[in-house]
Design a protein. Structure first.
Length: 317
């Protein structure tokens, strides 16, 4: 049986959850970092509590990435949920599995990728399914259709020629997309779906209004919710670069680039607001974010500030 926590350990865990929330903020001052370091160095209980934060982060790497990201980065719930996770991780309450189950949609999916992983899956009909980092999907082929349910993250599909002529459809929380002899990608966002068509066309139908449908043509992209289509936009990237493990940008804000790299990186990667508007053009390896960050540091007036091995902040130099 796990020994009960002492009052000083409980207080240290509460402080650790507080410091996690502080260091996860959009703007962290050098003074705050110094106070955090002094708190860690103050006594063994604080060092033990902070180690529990690092342990919790490592355990959450096994969760689907967007779920883990929301659980540990949402500024509205960080302190409360991290403290709860810390207590359960060290054996207080119902246990880690119960806490994780509040978020763990997608853990039992047919196909899924961990954070920092991109995988290609040949399907039985000859189609090729590619999952981006921290993504999950279920695949079921019936006599009526070839169905792919995107649970979270991003997928790309290149359709095979089905002998039974069954339609291939991708489903998200907002709607269904029917391939019209095509290659396309789909991203499940918190409250919407992003569709990008690389070849031919895709027919889209909304979940909450089945009377509305729209066909998205090659070279177009579309955001839509469960009851509304966004505007069709031109997509200049013929094949999404992430499929081959690259991030290609042209005159984009550094903050946007850092956000993309963070999706493929273990731990926390943040960009200060005064550096976020610097403009970036280039191609960077998604699966080697350290190399990408080094390239950015060498070409832009920025510095990498490492709080811990898994905690990096990009600041303006």
């Amino acid at each position: 049986m796990t020994a009960p926590l002492s009052s000083s350990q409980r207080e240290a865990l509460r402080s650790a959850s507080h410091w996690y929330a502080v260091l996860s903020g959009e703007r962290v001052s050098p003074q705050q970092e110094l106070k955090w370091q002094r708190w860690v160095d103050a006594n063994q209980d604080n060092q033990w509590a902070w180690q529990q934060v690092e342990n919790l982060r490592q355990q959450m790497q096994g969760m689907p990435g967007e779920v883990a990201s929301k659980a540990l980065r949402d500024s509205q719930i960080t302190r409360r949920h991290v403290l709860k996770g810390l207590l359960l991780t060290v054996g207080v309450g119902a246990g880690w599995q119960l806490w994780r189950s509040e978020y763990a949609a997608g853990l039992g999916a047919d196909y899924r990728t961990a954070r920092g992983e991109i995988r290609h899956y040949p399907l039985d009909d000859g189609s090729l399914l590619t999952l981006d980092t921290a993504s999950a999907a279920n695949v079921s082929f019936t006599a009526l259709e070839r169905r792919i349910d995107l649970i979270e993250g991003t997928l790309a599909i290149t359709t095979g020629k089905d002998a039974a002529l069954r339609p291939l459809r991708v489903y998200t929380r907002q709607g269904q997309m029917t391939a019209l002899g095509t290659a396309f990608s789909v991203q499940q966002q918190p409250d919407s779906t992003l569709l990008r068509v690389s070849q031919h066309a895709v027919a889209v139908r909304l979940n909450h209004d089945a009377t509305q449908s729209l066909t998205v043509q090659q070279g177009q992209s579309l955001h839509f919710t469960a009851d509304r289509f966004g505007a069709l936009t031109r997509d200049v990237e013929r094949t999404p670069a992430w499929i081959n493990g690259w991030l290609s940008v042209s005159d984009r804000p550094l903050g946007e680039v850092i956000d993309q790299l963070a999706r493929y990186r273990q731990g926390m990667l943040r960009c200060d607001a005064d550096a976020a508007q610097l403009r970036v053009t280039g191609t960077f390896p998604l699966l080697n974010s350290d190399q990408a960050l080094l390239a950015l540091e060498q070409t832009l007036p920025v510095a990498l500030h490492r709080i811990t091995r898994y905690w990096v902040r990009v600041t303006r130099r």
